[in-house]
Design a protein around this ligand. Structure first.
Ligand code: IPM
Ligand code: MG
Length: 369
C-alpha cells in the first residue's frame, strides 16, 4: 500500500520524538511491504521562525493532499521564547487551532490507560487503581470557547475581556455519534460531561446527546457535571469507559486523565474529521525544558503512528505489531527517564526507538522461520 503522510515535527521535543516514530514507520514499511512517502510541514514555532506566522496556507494546502498527519508537539517556553512576544493570534498555539479548524478535525480521541508494566509511576493509591483502568476521552475540538469571539477592550475606564462559548446542534451531534460508535467497540458506556446546572451550551449539549443516544440502545449513557468528573477521575477512574465532552472541558480533563496514568509520555491521540483523514500526536506537550537532550519518551508518538495506521489506513496488523513491540520493550525493562523506576534500564530517546524497531524486525524473522 502507498501511504502519503504529512510530518509535522514541530517545536521543543517534537523533532526528536517524531524522528523515532518515522524510523518505526520505515521498519513497518519494510516488514509489511508498504511504500511510505513523507511531506514535511511546518507548524507553530517552527513556522513562525521560517515565515513569521504559525500556519501558512501552504501548510494547509499540503496537509490536505496527505492521507494523514503525524505531529510531534507545538509551542515553547512562554516566559523565554520570542514567539510569546507576538500577539496571541500569531503565537504557536494559534497554528495548531488553525489547522484543526482548517481540516475540520472535530473529534479528538485521547485514551488514558494504566499500563500494568508502569504501575509504579501512577500517583494514585493502589486500592484505587487495582485492576487498572482504561478510558477514552472524546473531546470536541473545533467549537466552543476556543473558537468563539473574543476581545479585550476598555469599558468604563476598566480593561475588560470576553470569550464566547457557542455550540451548534450539528457540532454536538457529530461528536456524540463518534463517541457512541467508539463506545460500541469498547465497554459500551458513555459519560457525557457538561455544566448543565449553569450553562445554556451545556443544556443543549445534554439534550442533543440524549437524542443521539436513542440510536445506540446497546450503549449506556450517563451525564456528569464537569466539576464532579474532575473529582471522580481521581476517586474512581475505573468507572469510566468513554468520556464525551466539549472542547475546553476536554482539554482540562484529558490532562488530568493522562496524569493519573503516571505516563503521559506513553499516551497517543488522534484528531479526526468525517473522512479517514486524521492528525495523530502524543498527548504530552513540547516540554521545552528537556528539548534537545535526547531524553524525551518517544513511545506516545510511536503509538500515535500505530493509531494512524489503524484509523486512517485500516492497517490493523501493522498497528498491532507496533503496539506489541512497545510492550515487549517495556517487559524487557527498558525505560526513558520519565517512566524510570528502580531495577530498570534507563535509555535515551533514540535507543528507545531502536529497541522498538528491533522488536518489529524480529517479527519479520519469526514469520519467515
Ligand atoms: C492540547 C493543548 C492545546 C489545546 C494548546 C497547545 C492550544 O493543550 O492539545 O490539549 O488547548 O487544545
Ligand atoms: Mg491541553
Amino acid at each position: 500500500m502507498k501511504l502519503h503522510i504529512g510530518i509535522i515535527r514541530g517545536d521543543g521535543i517534537g523533532p526528536e520524538i517524531v524522528a523515532e516514530a518515522v524510523k518505526v514507520l520505515e521498519i513497518i514499511g519494510t516488514v509489511f511491504g508498504h511504500e511510505l512517502q513523507y511531506e514535511e510541514l511546518l507548524l507553530g514555532g517552527a513556522s513562525i521562525d521560517a515565515y513569521g506566522i504559525p500556519l501558512t496556507e501552504e501548510t494547509v494546502h499540503c496537509a490536505k493532499q496527505c492521507d494523514a498527519l503525524l505531529m510531534g508537539s507545538i509551542g515553547g517556553n512562554a516566559k523565554t521564547s520570542p514567539w510569546y512576544k507576538l500577539e496571541p493570534s500569531k503565537r504557536p498555539e494559534a497554528g495548531l487551532l488553525g489547522i484543526r479548524k482548517a481540516l475540520n478535525l472535530f473529534a479528538n480521541l485521547r485514551p488514558a490507560v494504566l499500563y500494568g508494566e508502569l504501575k509504579e509511576a501512577c500517583p494514585l493509591k493502589e486500592e484505587i487503581t487495582a485492576g487498572g483502568f482504561d478510558l477514552m476521552i472524546m473531546r470536541e475540538l473545533t467549537g466552543g470557547l476556543y473558537f468563539g469571539a473574543r476581545a479585550t477592550q476598555m469599558e468604563d475606564g476598566e480593561l475588560t475581556a470576553h470569550d464566547t462559548l457557542t455550540y451548534h446542534a450539528y457540532e454536538i451531534r457529530r461528536i456524540a455519534h463518534r463517541a457512541f460508535e467508539v463506545a460500541q467497540k469498547r465497554r459500551k458506556k458513555v459519560t457525557s460531561v457538561d455544566k448543565a446546572n449553569v450553562l445554556d451550551s451545556s443544556r443543549l449539549w445534554r439534550n442533543i446527546v440524549e437524542e443521539v443516544a436513542v440510536a445506540y440502545p446497546d450503549v449506556t449513557l450517563e451525564h456528569m457535571l464537569v466539576d464532579n468528573c474532575a473529582m471522580q477521575l481521581v476517586k474512581d477512574p475505573k468507572q469510566f469507559d468513554v468520556i464525551l465532552t466539549e472542547n475546553m472541558f476536554g482539554d482540562i480533563l484529558s490532562d488530568e486523565a493522562s496524569m493519573i496514568t503516571g505516563s503521559i509520555g506513553m499516551l497517543a491521540s488522534a484528531s479526526l474529521n468525517e473522512t479517514k483523514f486524521g492528525l495523530y500526536e502524543p498527548s504530552g506537550g513540547s516540554a521545552p525544558d528537556i528539548a534537545g537532550k535526547g531524553i524525551a519518551n518517544p513511545i506516545a508518538t510511536i503509538l500515535s503512528a500505530a493509531l494512524m495506521l489503524r484509523f486512517s489506513f485500516d492497517l490493523d496488523r501493522e498497528a498491532a505489531a507496533i503496539e506489541h513491540a512497545v510492550e515487549r520493550v517495556l517487559q524487557k525493562g527498558y525505560r526513558t527517564i520519565d517512566i524510570m523506576s528502580e531495577g530498570k534500564e534507563q535509555v535515551s530517546t533514540r535507543k528507545m526507538g531502536d529497541l522498538i524497531c528491533d522488536e518489529i524486525s524480529q517479527i519479520r524473522q519469526q514469520s519467515f522461520e
